[in-house]
Design a binder for this molecule. Structure first.
Ligand code: KG4
Ligand code: ZN
Length: 344
């Protein structure tokens, strides 16, 4: 990345093939594949000399501990050997940064992170200045798509499969509903919705291994009704939060933001402009990590080599003090993004 916005190169080594037969990510396999893929992926993306690199940005969390460790240690090795500063990046924050690489929304914006591991509504005042408004209390929205796909015997990752199948179904054929969190209007819950699909397909209190009670042709209706329930509640909460927190725009990030049905639904119902990540930057990628790395370095300086991975990182309200935009401070960053190798 150059200057936090210009992508020089951005490669993704997907692990979908590896995890597909299990219907989800197997952490141990994911870590081993990271170790195998990272050196060659890095060599492939070295399109500049080491003198041109000013900064190494790496995901410090949240995520799978093994995957984070592989990326973090690789980046620390690079930083040490090249004598270049290292900066650790919050993966969830980077999903929101992806949209800012192409668009300049008016702040405050309502940030919506919808991925396989996270579902969060955040008030964004600018890069590095966030206030958490709401989040899922159980499954992430992408996780619910993946689990429902598995119930319907669709391949992993389930989001794109459900979206495709739902096009042939009737969203009102089943009455699925998202759970509500008492006293927390901006929080979400997807676990009950997923269980409702399981019971519809396999019977009340049935195990995941139980046979189908439905005919194959009903699968499209179930996919459509599930997708409708998952997104109609999300969109309602987004609109409610945008109004309540007086946001001038809505920005989205994460793999689920690729969904066309969601895009239409949200745009149809929004009073403020809605911005989506540029093509190729919704799903996990290293460009968003390097881009945010540029700003984080300017705001807070480098991390030390004892930087630890964090499987969970709370969203904090980071004020925008001491931020001087100096283009010479980090003209180029290389990112090492272990999450992009996770395929989720
Ligand atoms: O952001 P991401 O690449 O990884 C995480 O940080 O988790 O998101 C991956 C998630 C998966 O759960 C996948 O099923 C979901 O994004 N996803 C979708 C679509 N494309 C990917 N969900 C719904 N509709 C889609 N078109
Ligand atoms: Zn992600």
């Amino acid at each position: 990345m150059r200057d936090g916005k210009e992508i020089i190169c951005n490669y993704v080594a997907s692990q979908e093939d590896l995890h597909q037969k299990y219907g989800g990510v197997i952490p141990e396999l994911a870590c081993r594949r990271h170790i195998d893929s990272l050196p060659s992926l890095f060599r492939k993306s070295l399109c500049c000399t080491s003198e041109e690199i000013d900064l190494i940005a790496v995901t410090k969390g949240p995520g799978l501990i093994g995957a984070l460790l592989v990326g973090l240690n690789f980046a620390k090795g690079l930083s040490l050997s090249l004598g270049k500063p290292l900066v650790g990046i919050n993966h969830v924050e980077a999903h929101l940064y992806a949209v800012l690489m192409e668009h300049s929304p008016v702040f405050p914006a309502l940030g919506v992170v919808i991925s396989g591991g996270h579902t969060a509504l955040v008030k964004v005042q600018g890069v590095g200045n966030y206030q958490l408004i709401g989040q899922t209390q159980d499954d992430a929205i992408g996780e619910a798509f993946d689990k429902v796909a598995k119930i319907l015997h669709l391949p992993y990752p389930g989001g794109p499969q459900i979206e495709k199948l739902a096009q042939q179904g009737d969203p009102h054929s089943y009455r699925f509903k998202c759970g509500q969190v008492k006293g927390r209007p901006f929080d979400l819950s997807y676990s009950g919705l997923k269980t409702a699909v399981l019971y519809t397909v396999k019977g009340q209190n049935a195990s995941k291994e139980a046979p189908f009670l439905i005919h194959d042709h009903q699968k499209a209706d179930i996919a459509a009704a599930f997708q409708y329930a998952a997104f109609s509640t999300l969109v309602e909460k987004i609109q409610l939060a945008a109004k309540h927190y007086r946001c001038h725009s809505i920005i989205l990030g994460g793999g689920v933001s690729q969904n066309r049905y969601l895009r239409t639904l949200l745009e149809k119902t929004s009073d403020v402009p809605v911005f989506w990540p540029p093509s190729g930057l919704s799903l996990d990628n290293a460009a968003m990590i390097a881009g945010l790395g540029f700003h984080t370095f300017l705001q807070k300086g480098a991390d030390t080599l004892d930087l630890e991975p964090l499987t969970r990182i709370p969203f904090m309200n980071v004020p925008k003090e001491n931020y001087e935009k100096s283009p010479s401070a980090a003209s180029l960053a290389i990112a090492v993004e272990p999450e992009c190798l996770r395929g989720t």
